[in-house]
Design a protein around this ligand. Structure first.
Ligand code: G4P
Ligand code: NA
Ligand code: NA
Length: 192
């Protein structure tokens, strides 16, 4: 087991409905030392890949992306979630459906902060169905920028997002892939 898998075993809580609660270190209280280790690990895995920007999505992705960015020496842009879209053409937008919250949001990035020269590493906390990720990819494509890679903290391997993204040919580096969770026993299994 790697450092993140060990931490999930130690402090993660399995909830009904296939939800893994990691509020004590990733989603509410933030373990910045752990984020730093995650950043170092992504930097190792993406060594030699040209990256000049990190893109994430509010809210939970921001802290992780900022700490990771110290290992890449690049700026972080976060996509904002909004109900309404202003159509003044200043923004790239994508529609994202949330499986967890059962609603649709628009995510937006200002055209000022993404362009055709950008080689973008996407960072996020969770990958489940991959809707958020597909929204970010679509925004990068709208900007004629390049997806250099995708770094995810926790992938829920039993939901379809990871396979969809890998099948599209993207380089996806998830630091922990959960293949199964049992709310009755709290047991969590990881992919090797
Ligand atoms: P998807 O983008 O992969 O399709 O995600 P989905 O709609 O399934 O999930 C919606 C939100 O719930 C996302 O955060 C996602 O990170 C989070 N999520 C999904 N599964 C889990 C889980 O098992 N545990 C935890 N802790 N979070 C999970 P979000 O709505 O974008 O909100 P934010 O937290 O980033 O603000
Ligand atoms: Na997120
Ligand atoms: Na989240």
């Amino acid at each position: 087991m790697n450092f993140l898998e060990e931490r999930i075993i130690k402090d993660g809580v399995v909830k009904e409905g296939n939800i893994l609660k990691v509020d004590s270190f990733l989603n509410h209280q933030l373990d910045v030392e752990l984020f730093d280790e995650m950043g170092a690990e992504w930097a190792k895995r993406f060594e030699g890949v040209e990256i000049n920007k990190i893109l994430t999505i509010e809210a939970s992705g921001i802290g992780i992306a900022c700490v990771a960015a110290r290992h890449f020496n690049v700026p972080v842009v976060f996509a904002k979630k909004t109900q309404s879209v202003n159509l003044d053409g200043e923004m790239y937008t994508a529609e994202v459906e949330s499986f967890t919250h059962k609603n649709k949001n628009h995510v937006i990035v200002s055209k000022k902060y993404l362009n055709e020269n950008d080689k973008v590493l996407i960072i996020d906390d969770f990958l489940a169905n991959g809707c958020a990720l597909q929204g970010l990819i679509s925004i990068i494509n709208s900007a004629n920028a390049t997806v250099a890679g995708i770094g995810i903290a926790i992938e829920k391997g039993f939901q379809p997002g990871g396979q969809i993204i890998r099948n599209l040919g993207y380089r996806l580096e998830s630091l922990a892939i959960v293949d199964g969770m049992d709310p009755a026993t709290g047991k969590i299994t990881f992919r090797n």
